[in-house]
Design a protein around this ligand. Structure first.
Ligand code: CDP
Length: 212
């Protein structure tokens, strides 16, 4: 069983995907963290995330330990990740790893939940369940701002909103695997929903797909 969870910045993909994986005992892959890891390595080395060849090389040489870096969730890394993610060579280098995880999740689990931007459209177009989460720009900016403050990072709401706008535009406007809902995805607008309501809606969809 493969469950794809896609959507824009801070739509609640990670929260939902993590909960689904725990409840169903499936493997969980946060694909954004892979793009973030490539970006973080480039930034740490003083490089430019828009340097095509450097980004491609960094993606090809990514090590499992890079996914454990403690700077991955920083907003600057998120911005750089969306630049790196527009690079087709980077996306190609990371595709096989994501597909392998989906088909053969580690630990012999019987299913996998992947969250990202192109899981239902490119990485796993045959996923059994596809969920596309959205929320208003303001709701998402509020959530991300709160998340950053809770982690003890400095955060200014207006900057978060601006970052989110830029990243959404870049992720939706790029030529390779742009952010968009698969035609067969269930769209959930989570602006007025809490995490429990989103989880319940996702479980209902999974149950429906299992027993049509
Ligand atoms: O958690 P948040 O919504 O801030 O972003 P993320 O899922 O950690 O992803 C960071 C960046 O990686 C995104 O802005 C996308 O540009 C890119 N990404 C992508 O292109 N494809 C994916 N499957 C996942 C992330």
């Amino acid at each position: 069983m493969i469950i794809a969870v896609d959507g824009p910045v801070a739509a609640g993909k990670g929260t939902l995907a993590r909960r689904l994986a725990a409840a169903l005992d499936y493997g969980y892959l946060d694909t954004g963290s892979i793009y973030r890891a490539v970006a973080a390595r480039i930034l740490a080395g003083g490089g430019d995330p828009e340097d095509h060849d450097l980004a491609a090389q960094t993606a090809e040489n990514l090590q499992p330990g890079d996914l454990e870096r403690d700077d991955l969730r920083r907003e600057a890394v998120g911005q750089a990740a969306s630049k790196v993610a527009a690079n087709q060579a980077v996306r190609e280098a990371l595709l096989a790893f994501q597909r392998r995880f989906a088909v053969q999740p580690p630990g012999g689990k019987t299913g996998a939940v992947l969250d990202g931007r192109d899981i239902g459209t490119v990485v796993c177009p045959d996923a059994h369940v596809k969920l596309f989460l959205t929320a208003s720009m303001e709701a998402r900016a509020r959530r991300r701002h709160k998340e950053l403050l809770e982690r003890g990072e400095e955060s200014i709401y207006a900057r978060v909103l601006q970052d989110l706008r830029e990243r959404d535009a870049r992720d939706s406007g790029r030529e390779t695997a742009p952010l968009k809902a698969a035609e067969d995805a269930l769209r959930l607008d989570t602006s007025e929903m809490d995490a429990d309501q989103v989880f319940a809606a996702a479980i209902a969809e999974i149950t429906k797909r299992q027993r049509p």
